[in-house]
Design a protein around this ligand. Structure first.
Ligand code: GCW
Length: 690
């Protein structure tokens, strides 16, 4: 009997733990208390709001909660007001967001105050780089949740619908209200009838959760799909083709959001193929969408092989066009001027375009930050960028305020995040990458939230109570808070700086392995390769020193920033050390703030990064007692991989740069454990050999 009981118990434990595989994200099942929900109206969105309250209520048992739709001068867009037993909003979506916030506060123990909560950005949008064949560009969490390969690839299954609904719910719970369903490197076929009917099915499932659908389009679609002789944006047949196409799209999805466009960029077709400007291209699509209320998100990610400084090009190309775009165009600008590097200064376009709507594009997927392998909480990076002062309209003109409508009267405001979601059970590849999806949504809703608060919320929602059995109920909260929440939160908050330290300290950038963008590759420069795709173009290491001279006497990228910032960055004495080698080329024996010479400082930073990851291992192992075994082991395994890779980064960069510095690695630091020739020999450019 006892054996049977034990086996049964074991089975229950395993079954119970199997629930905690991360699939439920920050919305894990709760033991709900009974509640009555009152709402005078009914709709699919309100039905979801009611259901969520009933499934998750943690307030007073048998309470009565009122969902009130009414005008309120303090509310804008889908904002809301909360009290313990009421959610007030002007729109149904507002009610839904209010319900999620109320439930979140019940769980995290945060005070429920009556003030109005309004979103910072009107459009809070995920960009999926998903291809029609189901692959995901720079995706590290399995195949696309929207598209797949094979003969039945366009048939909508029950499994598809379930996934889409879970995805929609997760987004709504953090205020995300829009999704671009396909890659910016866009296949033209996405706007053919076969694909549009699947788009319609997705839109139908996402709609009740308040999520609007957008598509990336290929600028050559008129020639490729419509067989027109040209895709010239000023050609009248091309204009008609787009008008007809847009009309067709709205017949499938009446509340379609609009287009995201990557044009005349990295080999994608665009208006420049016809001697036209980005404004001509964007306006063509904007005019077609205008009658339906649709908008165009036109990307500013442009650079050409001939430019002496890639970091300058977007600004050079877009500034002369300021004021020429229609009011339903938003220019989508990556946070930094080069790409999504572990650290970049903000793009100088923020705040500079005064007569054009501009939106930040952040990368949630970890293209340059360790894919699904590293633990890096990106919120601190985004906070750094969004709170950077552009000085464009005087002090305090932060990137956030220049884009959220506080400073410039933009007709539309938006923030985009390149999604990290795939078919993996835990959605994001790494359990902690879920925190980045969460952080993106929370920041797009409230751009002034602090990373500390976001990490705190996420940890409480995602891990609280995961392993209560071993700890005894009475002390659980205090134990959990002291021994799990506090150290793990600190690890998250330190994690991005750690990655910068072991990858690209002191303003270094773009020295990763080619193509794969995972491991180190500071040496990579095959003969005949475009210079601006090779790391030496960016680090410029030589016997005279290291770093990219972007000062007034160098490429003069500093002049794209507003004073006093331009002078501050230009002057070696005032340039923040974190951007040192981004803006300056310095001798190896240059003395930095610590009193060390540049070479020694570099060695110390790399070493520090490795040590930080090692300390994360200790934090996690110690916190393990509070975590279910599936998620604990997954994270533990990944931290080991991160550690190995951090050492590799350190060894590769230091041994490679040492050839130029010709100085010893300070003897008190750990010695390299990898040989440079072997690392270079093994480098296939995809990071996998590492
Ligand atoms: O950083 C680069 C990526 C490309 C991506 C491009 C972009 C979608 O390596 O994979 O293409 O940025 O943002 O358009």
């Amino acid at each position: 009997m006892k054996i049977v009981f034990n086996i049964l118990f074991l089975f229950m434990v395993i079954a119970g733990l199997a629930q905690e595989d991360g699939h439920q994200l920050w919305l894990r099942d709760k033991k709900a208390r009974p509640v009555t929900v009152v709402c005078s109206k009914n709709s699919p969105t309100l039905a979801i709001a009611k259901q969520e309250l009933q499934n998750g209520w943690q307030g007073e048992p048998n309470a009565s909660v009122i969902l009130t739709l009414k005008k309120d001068k303090a509310l804008k867009d889908d904002g809301f007001r909360l009290s313990k037993n009421e959610v007030i909003a002007e729109t149904e979506k507002g009610v839904l967001y209010g319900v999620y916030e109320l439930l979140r506060r019940q769980q995290t123990g945060e005070a429920i105050t009556g003030e109005a909560e309004n979103p910072s950005y009107q459009i809070r949008i995920l960009n999926h780089w998903d291809n029609p064949n189901g692959s995901v560009e720079r995706g590290y969490a399995g195949n696309s949740i929207f598209w797949c390969n094979g003969p039945d690839s366009l048939t909508v299954t029950e499994k598809d619908k379930k996934f889409w609904q879970e995805y929609a719910r997760a987004n709504a719970s953090i205020g995300i209200n829009a999704s671009v369903l396909n890659n910016v490197n866009a296949s033209p076929k996405i706007i053919t009838p076969e694909y549009l009917s699947r788009v319609k099915s997705i839109a139908d499932i996402l709609r009740p959760y308040g999520i609007q659908i957008y598509l990336s389009v290929n600028f050559s679609s008129p020639s490729i799909l419509g067989k027109l002789k040209t895709s010239d944006p000023l050609d009248k047949d091309v204009i008609k083709w787009w008008n007809d196409k847009v009309k067709e799209i709205y017949s499938y999805v009446p509340d379609f959001g609009g287009f995201l466009v990557k044009a005349s960029s990295e080999g994608q077709p665009g208006p420049q193929d016809f001697g036209r400007t980005h404004a001509d291209g964007a306006n063509l699509l904007a005019d077609a969408l205008k009658p339906y209320g649709g908008i165009v998100m036109w990307r500013a990610f442009v650079y050409s092989p001939n430019d002496k400084d890639r970091a300058k090009q977007a600004y050079n190309e877009f500034m002369p066009l300021d004021g020429q775009f229609r009011d339903n165009v938003i220019i989508q600008v990556k946070n930094g001027p080069v790409d999504f590097q572990p650290r970049e200064p903000f793009s100088p376009l923020f705040g500079a375009m005064k007569q054009t709507s501009v939106m930040p594009e952040l990368q949630v997927t970890m293209e340059y930050l360790g894919h699904d392998k590293y633990l890096v909480f990106l919120s601190t990076m985004w906070e750094e960028v969004l709170q950077s002062d552009t000085y464009r309209q005087g002090e305090g003109s932060t990137v956030a305020r220049c884009t959220d409508g506080s400073i410039y009267p933009q007709k539309y405001t938006a923030m985009a995040g390149v999604a990290n979601v795939g078919l993996d059970t835990n959605w994001c590849g790494h359990q902690f990458n879920q925190a980045n999806w969460y952080a993106f949504g929370r920041l797009a809703w409230n751009v002034n939230l602090k990373s500390e608060q976001i990490a705190d919320e996420w940890l409480k929602l995602t891990f609280y109570g995961a392993q209560s059995s071993k700890l005894g109920e009475a002390n659980y909260d205090a134990d959990w808070s002291a021994n799990f929440l506090t150290p793990v939160k600190q690890m998250m908050l330190d994690s991005r700086e750690a990655a910068v330290n072991f990858m690209t300290p002191l303003g270094l950038h773009h020295i990763m392995s080619a193509n794969g963008h995972y491991g180190p590759g500071p040496w990579w420069a095959p003969k005949g390769m475009r210079a601006d795709w090779t790391p030496p173009y960016y680090h410029k290491a030589g016997s005279d020193g290291i770093g990219f001279d972007r000062t007034k006497t160098g490429s003069d990228a500093v002049s794209q920033y507003h004073e006093p910032l331009a002078s501050q960055l230009n002057d070696i004495n005032t340039c923040p050390e974190k951007y040192l080698l981004w803006f300056h080329h310095l001798a190896w024996d240059y003395k930095v703030k610590s009193g060390r010479n540049l070479w020694d400082e570099l060695c110390y930073r790399y070493d520090e990064g490795v040590n930080q990851v090692r300390s994360f291992q200790k934090v996690w192992d110690k916190a393990g007692v509070y975590v279910d075994s599936t998620r604990f082991l997954e994270v533990q395994r990944k931290l080991r991989i991160q550690c190995v890779n951090a050492v590799l980064w350190k060894d590769a960069c230091l041994l490679y740069f040492q050839q130029f510095s010709e100085m010893p690695i300070p003897f008190e630091l750990e010695r390299p454990v990898n040989n440079l020739d072997v690392m270079m020999h093994n480098d296939r450019g995809d990071g996998r050999s590492h």
